[in-house]
Ligand binder design. Structure first.
Ligand code: NI
Length: 188
């Protein structure tokens, strides 16, 4: 069989497997505030990661892509880290675990704890957290107070400060979104 002269920067078969797994896990869930399938969020996060991989060298692109597609399965569905480990291996399982907030901690401590755990992971996992917040800095749910929106924006700044160094592309995207999010806080 001929080897392709040019190979994709990531393995499309691994992408497809992770996407199918995420589609099954998130079945029936919607993007908050919309009637769109939750998978829209997941695939948009993966698109941000692929955008970075197109411009920057990261040694394990498949780790980044799989963690992007699976990043909310443990936090938001019945899937466990053990399930991910069995299907996708240790590196992906550890990455998704770090990207999942620990429900045993008080709410106020969960993000700082998750960021600490992400920082102990390969940089490919950091990309996913940056991409997740880029995607989430869209129109906030109507019921969010100005204070909650302000806190969410400030949290995004902390994510950028703690993780942004690994990706000029994503830290630039995040800075743009943080700037634009002001429109949801200050009446124009
Ligand atoms: Ni997410």
């Amino acid at each position: 069989m001929l080897r392709p002269m040019i190979s994709a920067p990531f393995d499309p078969d691994l992408y497809a497997a992770a996407l199918r797994f995420a589609a099954t896990a998130h079945r029936g869930q919607t993007v908050p505030g919309t009637d769109l399938p939750y998978l829209c969020h997941v695939v948009t996060v993966a698109a941000e990661v692929l955008g970075a991989l197109g411009h920057e060298h990261h040694g394990e692109p498949d780790l980044a892509v799989q963690c992007a597609l699976l990043h909310d399965t443990v936090e938001d569905t019945a899937v466990t880290v053990a399930d991910i480990r069995k299907r996708f291996g240790d590196a992906v399982a550890e990455g998704v675990a770090a990207l999942s907030k620990d429900p045993a901690l008080p709410k106020a401590e969960r993000m700082v704890d998750s960021l600490d755990r992400i920082r102990s992971q390969p940089h490919e996992v950091w990309l996913v957290k940056l991409a997740d917040r880029i995607v989430n800095l869209a129109r906030p749910p109507a019921h969010w107070s100005a204070d909650k929106r302000r806190a969410y924006r400030e949290e995004a700044m902390r994510i950028g400060e703690r993780l942004g160094e690994v990706s000029p592309v994503l830290s630039g995207r995040l800075a743009e979104k943080i700037d634009a999010y002001r429109a949801w806080i200050e009446p124009t």
